[in-house]
Write a protein that binds this ligand. Structure first.
Ligand code: KMH
Ligand code: ZN
Length: 271
């Protein structure tokens, strides 16, 4: 099996300091957490920014500052969020793509998202894909519902996606696909040959779904964006603690953890 790519999703847009005191929010905190995750085995950093009040922001200059601080500390692959937070406009969400990071997320459709609606119209999806081509950014294809895979493949047929397709199955969001083994297999089995995939699952589903991905030859996204607990009733003390556990599990299950260079090769980020 190919080495395991671990993506660390440190902050997200929804989690608050009230929920966990360990959430990194400022550019310095995010960069320090990124470094700790890289040391623990993460090769991709899924990045969301917050403003000075700790609210989600897609402000280009805040992303720029965070990326600068991360690059001072380590060479991890930065994947900016274009999802941002529910309610943001497409223009707002696209800002960090103009910094030409190595990767960005590309969501393939609209879903209910807790009490809100995560809106991704066909026009937005196409515009985001074109912006990524324009700025030399590799998309990670965010799949919240099974039909979104078809949308991704249609986009690929239109020539709007790179040769290598990398998917992320986001499971267990209230309003979108449930986190279950059956649903994971349903989605994984629809991918074209050569595509890679990872699993992000919410709350108590994170660890079991991540473990299934390790066993099935997929890849893993962990971190506070999706789950703040180490086990039931016990908060994780850092994002790195969650990454360390995945690296340990991979090791026990006979899977090497990918380095940044190997991840770049696997995802065809470099030629
Ligand atoms: N915060 C969600 C509404 C992404 O990063 O691309 C969207 C999200 C997906 O987190
Ligand atoms: Zn995100």
């Amino acid at each position: 099996m190919e080495p395991l790519i671990i993506t660390a999703a440190l902050t997200g847009a929804e989690v608050t300091r009230e929920q966990t005191p360990h959430l990194p929010l400022t550019p310095e905190e995010i960069a320090d957490a990124a470094y700790a995750c890289w040391r623990a085995g993460a090769s991709i950093l899924h990045l969301h920014a917050r403003d000075e009040q700790g609210r989600p922001t897609q402000d280009r200059s805040v992303y720029q500052r965070i990326i600068e601080l991360i690059k001072e500390r380590c060479d991890i692959i930065v994947q900016v969020s274009t999802g941002g937070a529910v309610g943001m406009t497409a223009e707002e969400r696209l800002q960090p793509v103009t910094l030409s990071p190595e990767m960005a997320t590309l969501s393939l459709g609209t879903v209910n998202f807790g009490d809100g609606v995560f809106l991704n119209t066909p026009q937005d999806i196409e515009a985001f894909a074109k912006a990524m081509i324009q700025h030399g950014v590799r998309p990670e294809l965010e799949i919240f519902e099974v039909g979104m895979i078809t949308t991704a493949l249609r986009l690929a047929k239109q020539g709007l996606l790179p040769h290598h397709l990398h998917f992320d199955f986001v499971m267990g969001i209230p309003g979108a696909i449930d986190a279950s083994a059956e649903n994971l297999l349903l989605m994984k089995n629809q991918l074209p040959k050569g595509a890679t995939w990872s699993v992000a699952a919410v709350g108590r589903h994170q660890l079991p779904m991540n473990t299934m991905a390790i066993v099935l030859g997929g890849h893993v996204r962990t971190g506070f964006e999706d789950n703040i607990y180490y086990r039931k009733g016990e908060l994780a003390t850092s994002n790195a603690q969650l990454v360390e556990r995945i690296a340990r599990l991979a090791n026990e299950l006979g899977r090497d953890v990918s380095t940044v260079d190997k991840t770049r090769k696997l995802l065809e980020l470099t030629f």
